[in-house]
Design a binder for this molecule. Structure first.
Ligand code: FES
Length: 230
């Protein structure tokens, strides 16, 4: 198969450039990550990132034929393919992007805010809080694939995007947390989402039900008098 990679080293290249590689396709099944490792070990040095090889660390996120994917679990078929760095983020080198700023913001959101001491009742509620109530958000690897797939985020950089909004929701559904996450969601662009479901389609954590999360946040926001006009 032919794989065309967008190479770029901002420290010395004036612009990104494409290089095509012939990669033998393994018999039944091959992942994009296996193809990249083959290129790096046999054909040319290539910068890309991965750790877990199992959709947990989120570090291997990139674009395959225009779609955001996790390379470690993305099957690649015979034929021609284009591989580029994950859309919407600055390139560090080749297929490695700088997620540090966006991850720092999301990590801030994930910090619990608690102003009063925990009571026995709080602990009861927490212990009864079934993981189903979290709509699978606890499995989010923060890989940014959903945000790269989001058409609303592409046209509106003020919208924090699905990955960050999942963090807001995660803390909203956390009975320990006492911050006003509905206000945070509204300010982050809760109504910027067009409910297309691209985030869910792109997400490799099949447990996460993004659209139900957005709808629940919207319902609660509307109960409090917020609307898409505000
Ligand atoms: S290597 Fe960890 S998610 Fe792909």
């Amino acid at each position: 198969m032919k794989i065309t990679i967008k190479h770029y080293d901002p420290s010395k290249d004036a612009a990104p450039y494409d290089v095509s590689y012939d990669v033998p396709h393994e018999d039944d099944y091959m992942t994009l990550l296996q193809a990249l490792v083959y290129i790096h070990e046999n054909l040319a040095p290539l910068s890309f990132d991965y750790i877990c090889r199992g959709r947990m660390c989120g570090r291997c996120a990139m674009m395959l034929d225009g779609n955001p994917v996790l390379a470690c679990v993305e099957p690649i078929s015979e034929g021609s393919h284009a591989v580029e760095p994950l859309a919407g983020l600055p390139v560090v080198k080749d297929l490695i992007v700088d997620k540090s700023q966006v991850q720092a913001k999301i990590s801030e959101t994930y910090k619990r805010v608690r102003v009063s001491p925990l009571t026995e009742d709080d602990l009861q509620v927490y212990n009864q809080n079934d993981s189903d109530d979290l709509f699978g958000i606890q499995y989010c690897a923060r890989c940014q694939v959903c945000t790269a797939a989001c058409p609303a985020r592409k046209v509106n950089s003020a919208y924090i995007g699905p990955s960050h909004m999942l963090g807001v929701a995660f803390r909203h559904f956390d009975p320990y947390d006492q911050a006003d996450r509905i206000v945070e969601a509204v300010q982050g662009g809760l109504w910027s989402c067009i409910m297309c479901g691209n985030c869910t389609k792109a997400c490799n954590q099949l447990e996460i039900d993004h659209l139900r999360v957005w709808q629940k946040l919207r319902d609660e926001a509307m109960d409090r008098g917020f609307s898409d006009k505000k």
